[in-house]
Design a protein around this ligand. Structure first.
Ligand code: SF4
Ligand code: SF4
Length: 345
């Protein structure tokens, strides 16, 4: 038996459900309206938050402040789709003294000032410290920009400096471009040069992005054969303690690597103590060793074929291999399986 230790989480996100009001072409967790709702149960919510309390570290300026890679955020999917559950999660986290909590949202629910004030004030009263508002050309296909502007304006009143806009660069560009309402991605592309679309922004070619944005990526990013990526480090260090994720099925997900599970976060104490048996979970073993060549050979031996056009990134290669393995085999470390069915072709 080959046992490897997994990272002790110091910050991260709790996915309440993968169901979302949108289906962004770049979503790293492949969320959409089509997912089963499968909301996290009250029992699991308590269990996971108890396991996280005492481990999650506060933002640099204290437990009442927030930062993208500190504390604990409530996410999805879209957490405002299941607002009562979100309130409950905030309340439990507050009782457990989990610091620097915030919610991540696409603002679909920000239909008028009263609704926004009411929801945000209630969340604050229950102990939430801040909010992170998504702004990018992909959610914009689903949410009118006026709702985002409204949510930012009112969040600044309710949460002050604990209001984060991700990504600020797109927000600046949308204001400059005079964006109104929803904008289909095909229309948005006419407003910016293709090579400028991803300029000055953080963008990961992982999750749904290599499939959902294949056409535009083909025009601005070169593709390479698999062996080009064998010696590259993972974009997201695979064994870091910060900004990991925990989902409604009890999966402990490394970093932004949707579809991978270290094991059951409801039993995090045990998982951290025992580590993972990499003979039982071969995909985890190969990824933890950064052995992409090994993973590629492993997948080829089970019928995986390298696409002629190549890959945009190491994460694209990793996603494509995992998609093949998850949909054709039975790998407990590749969870939730539904993730792989919502990536696209
Ligand atoms: S990126 Fe956010 S808003 Fe878009 S589908 Fe994913 S979870 Fe939903
Ligand atoms: S290559 Fe795979 S394991 Fe590494 S960061 Fe990308 S998705 Fe995660």
């Amino acid at each position: 038996m080959q046992v490897k230790k997994i990272p002790r989480p110091t910050s991260g996100g709790l996915i309440l459900s993968y169901k979302c009001s949108a289906e962004c072409r770049h979503c790293i967790y492949a969320c959409s309206q089509k997912w089963s709702a499968d909301l996290i149960s009250e029992e699991d919510l308590e269990k996971i938050l108890k396991q996280l309390s005492g481990r999650i570290m506060s933002s640099l300026y204290g437990p009442k402040t927030t930062g993208l890679s500190h504390g604990l955020h409530f996410t999805g999917g879209e957490p405002f789709l299941y607002f009562d559950l979100l309130c409950e999660a905030v309340e439990i986290a507050d009782k457990l003294k989990i610091p620097s909590t915030f919610v991540e949202t696409n603002c679909f629910w920000a239909v008028d000032d009263e609704t926004v004030k009411e929801k945000l004030k209630l969340l604050k009263k229950k102990g939430l410290r801040g909010i992170m508002i998504s702004v990018n050309p992909f959610y914009l296909e689903y949410v009118p920009f006026e709702r985002t502007e409204r949510a930012i304006r009112i969040s600044l009143n309710v949460f002050g400096r604990n209001t984060m806009v991700y990504q600020l660069e797109y927000y600046r560009r949308f204001l400059q471009l005079g964006i109104k309402d929803r904008v289909p991605f095909e229309e948005y592309q006419k407003l910016e040069k293709k090579e400028d679309l991803l300029r000055n922004v953080e963008f990961f070619i992982m999750g749904r992005a290599p499939y959902g944005l294949k056409d535009i990526l083909t025009e601005c990013v070169r593709q390479y054969p698999a062996d080009r990526f064998f010696n590259q480090e993972c974009v997201t260090p695979f064994l870091r303690g910060w900004h990991n994720h925990f989902d409604n099925y009890g999966n402990y997900i490394p970093g932004f690597c949707g579809g991978i599970s270290f094991g059951d976060c409801r039993e995090l104490d045990r998982l951290l103590q025992e580590g993972v048996d990499t003979e039982r979970y071969p995909v985890l073993g190969l990824l933890m060793d950064n052995n992409m060549r090994g993973l590629f050979e492993f997948a080829k031996s089970s019928g995986y074929e390298e696409p002629e056009e190549g890959y945009f990134s190491k994460c694209h290669l990793c996603m494509d291999i995992r998609k093949h393995l998850a949909l054709s085999g039975d790998f407990r470390e590749l969870q939730p399986q539904e993730f792989y069915r919502h990536l696209g072709d």
